[in-house]
Design a protein around this ligand. Sequence first.
Ligand code: NAP
Length: 250
Amino acid sequence: MTIEKIVLITGASRGIGAATALLAAQQGYTVCVNYLRNHAAAQKVVTTIHANGGKAFAIAADVAQETEVVRLFAELDHVGGRLAGLVNNAGILEKQMRVLDMDAARLNRILSTNITSAFLCAREAIKRMSTQRGGQGGAIVNVSSAASRLGSANEYVDYAASKGAIDTFTLGLAREIAQEGIRVNAVRPGLIATDIHASGGEATRIARLAPLVPMQRGGEAQEVAEAIVWLLSEKASYVTGSLLDISGGR
Ligand code: NAP
């Protein structure tokens, strides 16, 4: 497998990450499909990409753990090619509850998976992409959420706050590395049909909330993937520090 430009997508075994992996491969990237533990799902994404004539491989790593992130990037170095893009997509939420009932263990799981992971993966990507360090530049896309501006009251304010941090991280990092050939942007999806709602304890959440969306429907992972792949591409060459809502107007 000849490898040219690589994009690393965290949490790409399912949902928005998987849709982004399939689309990025169609656009000519070699895709590193990161995942936590669902090996079969990650392998299915890789197999589908190969069947469509694209290039991909999977690496399991818990991106909330610094040692795991360092190992993930070391494995990427071993594969070769040039890291051209990073999509900080891995994210979790937990059972719906009020702030009143949240303990520190839950908060730490949410914050480390949704925030620390993005900082650590960006750090390792910058080391490889920065033109000040001999790299050729690149693009980082963070997957935030409309929850960062809605707040998710009575559901998961911890999750919403973690996405608020991702918005601020995006603005700050974009300015910090704008002169190193790296663009940094975020997408803020609304209600997207994936497994994540079941992990919050309400698999049918989109049906309940769709009437609040001006477009009167939830979105598909593919609709978010289109925006992520555009932000990664040279077509978005003058776009950095932007937060792109993909939420049907909500
Ligand atoms: P999902 O279907 O639940 O998939 C989550 C993915 O993240 C899986 O590939 C999972 O791997 C991976 N993952 C979880 N923890 C990880 C860790 N510590 N290290 C590495 N990978 C990890 O989620 P989704 O709905 O596609 O969400 C993707 C992103 O979009 C998240 O950041 C989420 O907050 C954001 N988002 C989603 C929505 C929505 O409505 N769906 C809306 C706004 C924002 P395994 O398969 O191995 O478990």
